[in-house]
Design a protein around this ligand. Sequence first.
Ligand code: C5P
Length: 238
Amino acid sequence: MEKRGELYRGKAKTVFATDDPERLILEFRNDTSAFDGERIEQLDRKGMVNNKFNNFIMAKLESAGIPTQLDKVLSENESLVKKLKMIPVECVVRNISAGSLCRRLGVEEGMDLTPPTFEFFLKNDALHDPMINESHIMTFGWATAEQLERMKELTYQVNSTLQTMFAEAGMLLVDSKLEFGVDSDGEVILGDEFTPDGCRLWDKETRNKLDKDRFRQGLGGVVEAYEEVARRLGVKLD
Ligand code: C5P
């Protein structure tokens, strides 16, 4: 496998082409951003931790029958992934109230949400990822009705699979953000990453935050928290 030119540089990951037209390389960088990229810091080891964490989670999801983009880990901070046409929509599922849900609806943090809430956001930094609904997605052609249904079905499956897995390791999966793409056969596949950068995880007993909110809220110990999550799940980091 030969690494070719950079295709896209996101806030925390870079995508490279390869000599295989069906495969891309995702590089997990140490960059950590918040508030639409207004604050960016380098956090030592984060790229490596997230790369290995993502590989562990995607393998779990594959064995639960969820199709994912991941092929294999290539190095400390790079993974080989299937090339997808990404759908520019973020799917957010919430089991416990936190973050923008509390700000928008005036509800307090920490409420159990039954059934879990489901929200779509448009991936667009310039517009600050506005919330959108199904009719927006279909009218503007971001996804078809069938793709939308599949994204919802897969999001709920990911949520319940991981909620159980984290609970068994003493953690609460508060919420998460998923992104999907379409492969060359037209199948909707889970893309991007699943790491503590894109979900909220709390310790089950103390409700201590073990995710990117530590960075957003200036609590410190960001990578240490990610490593603690990895340790509890049995993810091999070294
Ligand atoms: O900010 P908000 O409460 O809407 O975030 C919900 C979930 O989606 C959180 O786990 C957050 O980390 C994740 N998220 C993300 N990327 C964004 C927006 C939210 O990973 N652009």
